[in-house]
Design a protein around this ligand. Structure first.
Ligand code: AMP
Length: 122
């Protein structure tokens, strides 16, 4: 899938859309989700132009993959979630209902987030 430079997270990386940023380094940017599903709902995105995890793990360098994952762990710790726990998730493609075609990991916590995401039919 071709990367769309006009997707909302690409605009965020270019500074065209405001965010509540919580962390940034050379590999990743983390910010609050605009429509939080839990008391803490953060998004971590790579700095590079990758559509999803599928694209990221095929095209990104080992440094980018490692740097990104370190950032996810750091952001969760920084948010104070290590003790109480949290869930990370990443949607890829149609069946996962991925909305924004720039790879991102959700970090949700701050309350018990249940056993697992609902897999029931709509
Ligand atoms: P996904 O369904 O995994 O693609 O999730 C996309 C997420 O991006 C959703 O949870 C949205 O609430 C979130 N989102 C969309 N636009 C923005 C924005 N401008 N700032 C922060 N989060 C956003």
């Amino acid at each position: 899938m071709e990367y769309d430079e006009q997707n909302v997270f690409s605009k965020i990386l270019r500074g065209e859309i405001p965010i509540n940023s919580v962390y940034e380094d050379e590999y990743a940017l983390a910010f609050e989700d605009i429509n939080p599903q839990a008391p803490v709902h953060l998004l971590v995105i790579p700095k590079g132009s990758y559509v999803s995890l599928d694209d990221f793990t095929m095209e990104a360098s080992e440094k980018e993959v490692a740097g990104f994952l370190f950032a996810v762990g750091h952001v969760a710790r920084q948010a104070g979630l290590s003790g109480s726990g949290y869930r990370i998730l990443a949607n890829h493609g149609t069946d996962a209902n991925q909305e924004v075609p720039h790879f991102h990991v959700h970090i949700v916590g701050g309350r018990n987030v249940g056993k697992m995401i609902s897999l029931k039919d709509k």
